[in-house]
Write a protein that binds this ligand. Structure first.
Ligand code: FES
Length: 139
């Protein structure tokens, strides 16, 4: 095999589409008592709502939903993040437990369709217009 036959490492999936992740904190909006979490957290409820809705989402295979324990924005719950290869990473907080799952997926779709991931304020759904906690440059 010559060097010309070796494929470069690709940052894209096998479909030629950049890799994406929708992170949802499942610990946000927890109620704690004596060091133990009581009942289901707000983050778990939001995660379930997003997962349910995503069953009919056309990007469900390209933009996997990943649950995380914490993204260090606990006092701004609920918290989600969008990340994609070669794109800005966004961290959103202050999301209500109920009624924002559709907005999260709508905003994720916009993010997916932008080559640089830029999400202008005017184009974001209402629940994600405020509460941006971070906008991190791509690698
Ligand atoms: S508990 Fe959700 S960000 Fe820390």
């Amino acid at each position: 095999m010559t060097a010309a036959n070796i494929s470069p490492i690709s940052l894209t999936s096998n479909a030629g589409v950049t890799a994406h992740s929708l992170f949802v904190c499942k610990t946000c909006a927890s109620v704690w008592q004596d060091g133990k979490r009581i009942g289901e957290s707000g983050g778990q409820k939001l995660l379930q709502q997003i997962q349910e809705l995503a069953q009919n989402w056309d990007l469900r295979d390209e933009f996997p939903i990943e649950e995380v324990e914490c993204m260090s924005a606990c006092n701004r719950s609920c918290v989600v993040a969008f990340a994609g290869q070669g794109k800005l990473t966004y961290l959103f907080g202050d999301l209500p437990v109920d009624g924002c799952a559709e907005a999260v997926l709508e905003c994720a779709s916009k993010y997916y369709n932008r080559p640089d991931g830029v999400l202008p304020w005017s184009e974001r759904p209402e629940p994600l217009k405020k509460g941006i906690l971070a906008r991190i440059p791509s690698l």
